[in-house]
Design a binder for this molecule. Sequence first.
Ligand code: SF4
Ligand code: SF4
Length: 189
Amino acid sequence: MEAYRELVSEIQRDVERLRVEFGGVPCPTNCFSCCQNTATMAISEVEAQDLKIGLERLPAQLRTHIRRKAERTIKKLEAHGYSAENIIPDAGMKAIGVIKGTPEGECPMLIAGVCAVYEHRPVICRVWGYPIHNGNELACCHKTFIGKRRQYRPLNYTRYWNECKRLSSELGVEKKTPNCYLVLRLLSE
Ligand code: SF4
Ligand code: SF4
C-alpha cells in the first residue's frame, strides 16, 4: 500500500501541474455528472484496499446507505442477466447501459452530490476532467478543456493503471471488480 500511496502522490502532482497550467480547476462548480454512471466501473484490488479504508472511516449510517445503494444496483443488473463476472470483460461499458441515467447507475459512494470517500477514491476519479493518455488515445471529459485538449501534456493514465495492475498482482488479486459489487464486498468484510 506504500507504493500505492506513492502513486497517488505522483498523480496529485501531475494533476496540480495541469491545474496550474490551465489556470484553475476545469470542472464547473457543483458538477458531479461523471459519478452518475459509474456503478459498474472496474476497480483494481489495490484501489479497493484504499477504498476500504475510506469506507471504514464513515459513520455507520452512511455505510448502510451506501450498502443499500449497491444492493439496489446489483438487483437491477442481475434482473438483466448481469453478474460480477460477466460485467468485467468490457470494464462495465455494456452493463451500465441498462442502468444509465437511473439512480441505480450512480456510484454507490455518491451521497447528495458529494463523494463520501474522496481521499480514497479510485485513480480514474482522480484524473477525470483532465486530458489523459489512455493507450493510443487522448481522452477527456466532454465538459472540460474544450478545444484545448491538445495544448497540454496529458496525464499518463496508462502508466497509472499499469501500476495499479502490478500492485494488485503483488497482492495476489489480478481480477478487477465492478464498483457496486466491490462496495458490497468491502462493507461485508
Ligand atoms: S468514488 Fe467518488 S469520485 Fe469516484 S465515482 Fe464514486 S462518488 Fe464519484
Ligand atoms: S470531470 Fe466532467 S462530469 Fe466530472 S465533475 Fe468535471 S466537468 Fe463534471
